[in-house]
Design a protein around this ligand. Structure first.
Ligand SMILES: *Cc1c(COP(=O)(O)O)cnc(C)c1O
Length: 411
C-alpha cells in the first residue's frame, strides 16, 4: 500500500468547531438535516460579505466592483450580492433575468458573450442594460433592435487586445479568440458603430481567469490601460466606463499560493490616476466571479460505501462530477489535482488513512479526491469539497446518468 503523505492546501475552512464544519455559524450536520438529503452545496453569506469588504477596503477609491454571475447564478446568492456591488455582468438572457430580478440598476448590468441572437439582443436593449458587442454583426443587431424599439441602446465594445494574461488558468485575449473584436480593427469598428447611429458608452477587456500571479495581473491591467489611453483621444471617445476584467484567482490545489493583492492594488491606484487625468468622466470597473464566491462555498456528499481494491481504499459517495465537474478535473484542467477535501463531521481523527473518494457514476472520471489522507471514515460521514462556491452546480453536466439534482443553500 502507498503510504507517502499527500500534499496539503494553502487555506483552511475558517469555522471549524467541535471537530465539525460550521457554515453560516451553524454545524454542517444540522444543515444536512434541514436539507434532508445529500448531496448539496452550502454557501456562506458571511464569507461572501467578508471577501467583498476586503476588496472594497483595498481597491482604490472610485474603482467599481462588479460580480460576474456566471461564477454562481443561484438567485438567492445574486440577491444577496447585488446591494454589495456596483454592477452585475451577465452572459446570457437567463443571467440577465436573474440580475434584473435582483434589483440591480439597468445601467449597471452588462451583457457579454461571443454569441447572442437577435431575440436576446432585443430583450437586452428593451431592458435598458448595457449590451456588449463582440462582433460587427452584433453592432448591427444592436442598432436594429434600438430602431425597432425606438430606444437608445446602451452599447459597450469588447476588445481582444494583442497581448495575453500570462500564467492564467484560462486566457481570453491575445492571438485568435472568439471573444470581442481585435483591437487593431478599432478604427473600422468605431466608424461602423457611428455609421449605425450608435456611440459606445464603455469598453470591455477581459484578459483571463484564475490568476494567482500578481505580476502577470499588473502587466495585463497596464496593457489594457495603455491601449485604452491610446484609443480614447485617437477616436474622441466619451466613455462612462472601462471594464478592465479581473482574473483574480483563488488557491484550489496543493502548493498554490493565496493571491497577494497589495501589488495589484498599487498598480490599480496608478492606473486610476492615469485614466482620470486623460478622461475624468470615465470610471474603471473590475469584474470578479470566483474571487468573490469561490471560497465561500462547499459541496457536501455522504459516504455510502467503503471498499478496498488491491491496496487502494475507496470511499464511495452519493455526489460526483454530475454536480461538480470542475472538482473531478474535467473543466479545463490539464492534469487532475485534488481540491481541498475533508470529512465535514470528523475533521480530525486519531487514526487516519489514505483514501480515494469517488462518486456514484459508472465512469472512471468520477473522482472527488485521489489519495487524500482523511480520518478513518464511516458510512454516513459527510465529505466536504472546499473552494466550491464558483463554477460548481451550474458548470456541471447534471443530466449525466440521471441522478437527482444537488440542493443549494445560502446560509
Ligand atoms: C467568466 C468571466 C468572468 C468571471 O471570471 P472569474 O475567473 O470567475 O473571476 C468575468 N468576466 C467575463 C467576461 C467572464 O467571461
Amino acid at each position: 500500500m502507498k503510504t507517502d503523505r499527500p500534499a496539503t492546501h494553502a487555506s483552511q475552512w475558517p469555522d471549524i468547531r467541535n471537530n465539525e464544519y460550521y457554515v453560516g455559524g451553524k454545524p454542517l450536520t444540522r444543515h444536512a438535516a434541514v436539507v434532508g438529503r445529500t448531496p448539496f452545496y452550502a454557501y456562506d453569506r458571511g464569507l461572501i460579505r467578508q471577501r467583498i469588504d476586503t476588496l472594497r477596503q483595498q481597491l482604490p477609491k472610485g474603482i467599481k466592483l462588479h460580480y460576474a454571475i456566471k461564477a454562481n447564478p443561484m438567485p438567492a446568492l445574486v440577491d444577496f450580492v447585488t446591494p454589495l456591488v456596483d454592477g452585475l455582468d451577465v452572459a446570457s438572457k437567463g443571467e440577465m433575468r436573474i440580475a434584473l430580478d435582483a434589483g440591480m440598476e439597468e445601467s449597471e448590468i452588462s451583457f457579454a458573450g461571443p454569441g447572442k441572437n437577435q431575440e436576446e439582443i432585443v430583450s437586452a436593449v428593451a431592458a435598458g442594460i448595457v449590451v456588449t458587442a463582440e462582433s460587427f454583426l452584433q453592432v448591427e443587431q444592436i442598432a436594429k433592435a434600438a430602431r425597432s424599439l425606438n430606444l437608445k441602446a446602451r452599447l459597450a465594445l469588447r476588445l481582444n487586445p494583442s497581448f495575453e494574461l500570462k500564467a492564467s488558468g484560462m486566457k481570453m485575449t491575445g492571438g485568435a479568440k472568439p471573444f470581442g473584436i481585435d483591437s487593431e480593427c478599432f478604427a473600422d469598428l468605431i466608424e461602423y458603430v457611428r455609421a449605425q447611429g450608435l456611440e459606445p458608452e464603455g469598453l470591455h477587456l477581459f484578459t483571463g481567469s484564475q490568476n494567482l500571479n500578481p505580476q502577470a495581473l499588473c502587466e495585463a491591467l497596464q496593457g489594457v490601460t495603455d491601449l485604452c489611453c491610446q484609443l480614447v483621444p485617437a477616436h474622441n471617445l466619451d466613455l462612462r466606463f472601462i471594464n478592465m476584467g479581473g482574473g483574480f484567482g483563488i488557491p484550489y490545489f496543493p502548493g498554490e499560493p493565496v493571491l497577494d493583492l497589495a501589488p495589484v492594488m498599487a498598480t490599480l491606484g496608478e492606473i486610476q490616476s492615469t485614466v482620470h487625468k486623460l478622461t475624468p468622466q470615465t470610471a474603471i470597473a473590475l469584474e470578479f466571479g470566483r474571487y468573490i464566491v469561490g471560497e465561500a462555498g462547499i459541496y457536501v456528499s455522504r459516504v455510502i460505501d467503503k471498499k478496498c481494491s488491491r491496496g487502494t481504499t475507496y470511499l464511495v459517495t452519493d455526489g460526483g462530477l454530475h454536480h461538480h465537474l470542475a472538482n473531478s478535473g474535467n473543466f479545463g484542467q490539464v492534469i487532475r489535482k485534488n481540491y481541498p477535501v475533508q470529512l465535514g463531521n470528523r475533521v480530525e481523527g486519531n487514526k487516519t488513512e489514505v483514501v480515494t473518494v469517488v462518486g456514484p457514476l459508472c465512469t472512471p472520471l468520477d473522482i472527488l479526491a485521489e489519495r487524500v489522507e482523511l480520518p478513518e471514515a464511516q458510512i454516513g460521514d459527510l465529505v466536504v469539497v472546499r473552494q466550491s462556491g464558483a463554477y460548481g452546480l451550474s458548470a456541471s453536466p447534471t443530466a449525466f446518468l440521471s441522478h437527482p439534482l444537488a440542493a443549494e443553500i445560502l446560509v
